[in-house]
Ligand binder design. Structure first.
Ligand code: ADP
Ligand code: MG
Length: 734
């Protein structure tokens, strides 16, 4: 019998992290909190204080559980171990000293227990087995531990043995007091994700309870399981929480064991079902059909100085068909940097305006919003369309004026930053919302828009939505995170672009690069100079930007050198951008504020300093600022050697390809999906168990099964979602 039956139900358990013990048969026990890798001093103190004031099952535990997302019994079942500890064997202290950084479990009798004050307050306990002594050192500890570890008590301790001043030593071992001959567990001990107020022992008991009381029958029909070769849910759940002695530890650690595969499949399936169901629900909502193809649309098309590419025509047709529907469009328009998304967006807006509705266009930065405003207003105003400009930094008076234009319905097109959703702007007839560079907005902002009222005359209708992104999302990711969206792809660049030549140059040849900028300027070409990225400190980042500007101005006395950075006043920023656009500034020194969207076709040289500090998609975006005109363009990536492995891979990728999709694919490879999407983007939607890279084959299966089930088997869909989502409505909302 490896573990004692859980002695207390969850509601009876008070759980200061460091005081309750792991149940061991016929033994009082204690596991030190700090050894579990959490409960630093402050937290431990807090937990202790609360334990006094809060009764068993009081707020601390309940809050802690809620923070871990543990509400229902099923949530506990799905709280799967992070890893396992092997407590099935005991080695001698002598042997443990040779295990070189691998954790070992030893057992002995306490021979001394003292609080020492040098170099700082700590609890130092010595114990001994036949092979010799071991020092246990605790830098965080409770007074009660001196009682538990009193001389003569028998201790089982687990940790890494190091050679300390007094020989074999464990710092913060996990330990428990046992009676002589206490049986060893014969299965691996699960280690769960924990949080403040929730200890391992508490979780173990609660999960054991849940395993005894929850209906673990399968949500999926047996025929399907057989067809897919999946392990039954109950067997998988029991195995993962209590792995039997003969299980492959490696398969558990790598999460390739069939039990893990089953859980990952279920999770992916739940996500697919929930996203697809959200998509179906959206189709049931109303939207105003935007059907008219009138003077604005035709006028704009006729006025364009170029013909649309075949890809632009194709995605435009897809978008326009969606706009005619009486349920809201939610379409993601992907297209590499410079592929010409703006004009597609403007034509979609034209159709909305022709149909008598307003359009809101949101961009993530003021510079980009401003540029859209100028470009699109120049297209639209000659056609009699009033365009309003709305950002957070507008003066009160101007903002009020802009809002009045929107609220009277006079402004048919409103362009701005996310102030558009934050400020309480009321659109009397909002038909279409366009979000540019949507990957810069969080999931929350995307949802805020999803629910924005569309047409004041018929409030049940929501606006159509078009999201645009130049960060192409690889297929697997798109299928999981954007399963509720339709996707259009612009897969060709406008004609006449010459490829950008990318060169990697050591930072110590910076002077040669400055000379090159000089030569380019003499030929009438313009250049960007991107300052080194200093993520740790905004103040330092600004300092670097101004220093770089000063140095380059001094080095290039006959050139006009401009500067833009994030902390400048919007008017100042705009002034400089304008001067650059008009060709009056030759060299624009900038921080990453120019990363997205900025479009100045005459600029054909881009220098990025300390390129090794930038991410791959960031470099691609930055490089996309050049190569927009007919002139041959170049991008110089200055790097500081020696380069680390990852930086080397990134820079090599930049030199080898300029295809955004290929770059995204490699970025995913280098970084992994969690980071690729960025915390904001993925948020709670991140999968807990499945890994999109190694489990791609499961994503494909889950997707196919989801489609089948939604078509033929609603009962199974409901049961599966009830198990996996619990109280959450869908995978994007929590
Ligand atoms: P992005 O997709 O990165 O947002 P933009 O919409 O800014 O790209 O377009 C990049 C540049 O290409 C702009 O200067 C735009 O006017 C121009 N452009 C867009 N479509 C075409 C086309 N079909 N032919 C030629 N130039 C185009
Ligand atoms: Mg753009």
């Amino acid at each position: 019998m490896p573990f004692a039956k859980p002695q207390a139900s969850l509601s009876e358990v008070a759980a200061p992290a460091a005081e309750s013990g792991r149940p061991v048969a016929a033994a009082s026990s204690a596991t030190s909190g700090p050894a579990q890798g959490r409960a630093p001093k402050a937290a431990a103190k807090k937990a202790k204080k609360k334990a006094v004031s809060a009764p068993a099952g009081g707020n601390t535990t309940a809050d802690g559980l809620r923070r871990l997302g543990l509400r229902t019994d099923m949530d506990f079942i799905l709280h799967l171990p992070l890893r396992y500890e092997d407590e099935t064997t005991i080695v001698s202290i002598h042997e443990a000293g040779f295990m070189m950084g691998r954790p070992a479990q030893v057992e002995g009798v306490v021979t001394s227990c003292d609080i020492q004050f040098r170099p700082r307050r700590q609890l130092v306990v010595t114990m001994e087995d036949q092979s010799g002594p071991l020092v246990m050192r605790f830098l965080n500890f409770y007074g009660s531990q001196t009682k538990q570890l009193a001389v003569g008590n028998r201790v089982r301790a687990r940790g890494e043995v190091r050679q300390g001043f007094f020989g074999n030593e464990m710092v913060h071992p996990a330990y428990r007091i046992v009676l002589e001959g206490a049986p060893l567990p014969d299965v691996l001990t699960p280690v769960y994700p924990t949080g403040e107020g929730v200890s391992q022992p508490l979780l173990r008991r609660a999960i054991a309870n849940a395993l005894g009381s929850v209906d673990l029958r399968d949500t999926l029909p047996p025929a399907l399981l057989e067809q897919l070769g999946l392990m039954p849910f109950e067997a998988a759940a029991r195995l993962l929480h209590n792995p039997p002695p003969d299980v492959s530890e490696d398969a558990l650690a790598e999460r390739s064991h069939p039990a893990w595969v089953r859980m990952k499949f279920d999770e992916l399936l739940a996500q697919q079902l929930s996203m697809k169901r959200a998509q179906l629900a959206r189709r049931k909502k109303g939207a105003s059909p935007l059907k008219v193809e009138g003077t604005v649309f035709k006028g704009l098309l006729a006025a364009l100085p170029f013909a649309l590419t075949a890809a632009q025509q194709r995605v435009l047709a897809e978008i326009r068909a969606d706009l005619r529907a009486s349920f809201p469009m939610q379409r993601l328009l992907q297209g590499d940097v410079g592929s010409g998304k703006t004009v597609v967006a403007a034509l979609a807006a034209a159709q909305a305006i022709d149909s008598g509705f307003q359009t809101a266009l949101m961009a993530p930065t003021e510079i980009l919003a401003d540029q859209h405003f100028r470009k699109i207003a120049a297209w639209m105003e000659p056609l009699g369309v009033q365009v309003a400009w709305l950002t957070g930094s507008l003066k009160k008076k101007d903002k009020a004026a802009a809002q009045a234009l929107v609220e009277s319905g006079e402004a048919k097109l409103v362009i701005g930053t996310h102030a558009l959703i934050q400020e309480a702007v009321q659109f009397p007839r909002l038909g279409l919302v366009i979000v540019d560079e949507q990957h810069r907005f969080g999931v929350g902002q995307r949802l805020a828009l999803r629910n924005k009222a569309g047409d004041a005359r018929s409030p049940a209708r929501v606006p159509h939505q078009l999201m645009m992104s130049a960060t192409p999302i690889p297929r697997t990711l798109a299928m999981t995170y954007y399963a509720d969206l339709e996707v259009s792809v612009i897969d060709e660049l406008p004609p006449g672009r010459t490829p950008i030549v990318t060169r990697l140059i050591d930072q110590n040849r910076r002077d040669e690069v400055i000379e090159r900028v000089h030569a380019a300027a003499l030929e009438g070409r313009q250049a960007y100079w991107v300052c080194p990225l200093i993520e740790e400190s905004e103040a330092l980042q600004l300092q670097t930007a101004t220093d770089t500007h000063a140095a380059l101005s001094a080095a290039l006395p006959e050139m006009r050198v401009g500067l833009v950075h994030g902390r400048m006043k919007p008017a100042e920023k705009q002034g400089t951008m304008d001067a650059f656009t008009r060709g009056e500034v030759h060299l624009l020194v900038a921080t990453t504020v120019i990363e997205v969207g900025v479009d100045v076709p005459n600029a054909s040289l881009m220098v990025i300093e300390h390129a090794e500090r930038f991410g791959l998609s960031q470099l691609h975006q930055l490089r996309g600022r050049v190569g927009r005109g007919a002139a041959a363009s170049a991008c110089v990536l200055l790097y500081q050697s020696p380069l680390g492995m990852v930086a080397k891979q990134r820079l090599a990728t930049m030199r080898e390809t300029s295809d955004g999709f290929e770059i995204a694919r490699r970025d995913l490879e280098i970084r992994g999906p969690g980071e690729f999407l960025g915390a904001r983007q993925s948020g709670e939607a991140l999968l807990r168990f499945a890994d999109l890279q190694t489990d791609q084959w499961l994503v494909d299966k889950a997707r196919a099964v989801a489609q089948e089930l939604l078509r033929d088997d609603k009962t199974t869909v409901d049961a599966h979602l009830a198990r996996w989502l619990g109280s959450r409505e869908d995978y994007l909302k929590v």
